[in-house]
Design a protein around this ligand. Structure first.
Ligand code: DCC
Length: 218
């Protein structure tokens, strides 16, 4: 029996994954912001390699989902935007307020583009996730086929951000959603706006793209 086949084991593993994610995010932040002596950088690199080695002893393949994930239940611990186990994720926390999805996060040094501000691609990534969430919870999940972002003002690092998203139109298989990024302190000043189109997959498309993951091709 695997170590997470009972509910307690699963919860314990998810907490451990979150703890590892927290540690990795701290590492990335410190490693990006550091001005420590060069000898410390060399020492840290060796320690990190030592820590990584046992994690690499048992890994999943490209088409295998993480044992602690629940794909259909929406639990994706390594999602690069929201995943609590992801080293890259800010992580963005998203909840619903009526028909609007509301997200909060703060971006550290690793997300820097222009000095002291977020990289434009990071803003687009956050908004893709926000729009995708709004589209999914509206009951018509799909994949992004188009994402247009308008950058009005730079997004500051180390500042609590407030993101929003909502579905605006549904035409056949195409769902259009819009979203924004602002700061928590000044939610009325929109820094970035996005409009995205999402397409619901045909059964044949879902099978072609995700059959190897869901096992429906076996
Ligand atoms: C709580 C849990 C939260 C969970 C929250 C989860 C959030 C996840 C957020 C991340 C989402 C992503 O990043 S997804 C990853 C990035 N996206 C992708 O990799 C998608 C790559 N694209 C594709 O594989 C393909 O385009 C497909 C399979 C999606 C669609 O195939 P297709 O051949 O292009 O489209 P087809 O079926 O012919 O057409 C379907 C309809 O879409 C329209 N259409 C197709 N492309 C476009 C386009 N660029 N712009 C406008 N419209 C388009 C067509 O006109 C048609 O309209 P009509 O004639 O029907 O009117």
């Amino acid at each position: 029996m695997s170590e997470i086949e009972n509910g307690h084991g699963l919860q314990h593993r998810r907490e451990a994954i979150t703890g590892l994610g927290d540690a990795l995010r701290l590492l990335i932040e410190q490693a990006t912001a550091t001005e420590a002596p060069t000898a410390e950088l060399l020492r840290a690199a060796e320690l990190i390699r030592q820590a990584a080695a046992p994690l690499g002893e048992r890994v999943r393949g490209r088409f295998e989902t993480a044992a602690a994930d629940d794909l259909l239940g929406g639990v994706r611990l390594y999602n690069p935007v929201t995943g609590l186990g992801s080293a890259f994720a800010p992580p963005l926390e998203i909840h619903r307020e009526g028909d609007v999805a509301v997200g909060t996060c703060s971006l550290g040094r690793a997300f820097e583009g222009p000095p002291s501000f977020a990289h434009g691609g990071v803003s687009a990534m956050l908004l893709d996730q926000m729009l995708g969430y709004a589209v999914t919870v509206s009951g018509r999940p799909g994949m992004t086929v188009q994402l247009d972002t308008g950058y009005r003002q730079p997004v500051p690092l180390y500042t609590p951000l407030r993101l929003t998203a909502q579905v605006v139109t549904v035409e056949n298989r195409v769902v259009t959603a819009t979203g924004t990024i602002a700061t928590v302190d000044d939610p009325g000043t929109i820094l970035v706006r996005a409009t995205g189109k999402f397409v619901a997959l045909l059964a044949e498309q879902a099978q072609r793209l995700f059959g190897p993951v869901t096992g429906s091709d076996r």
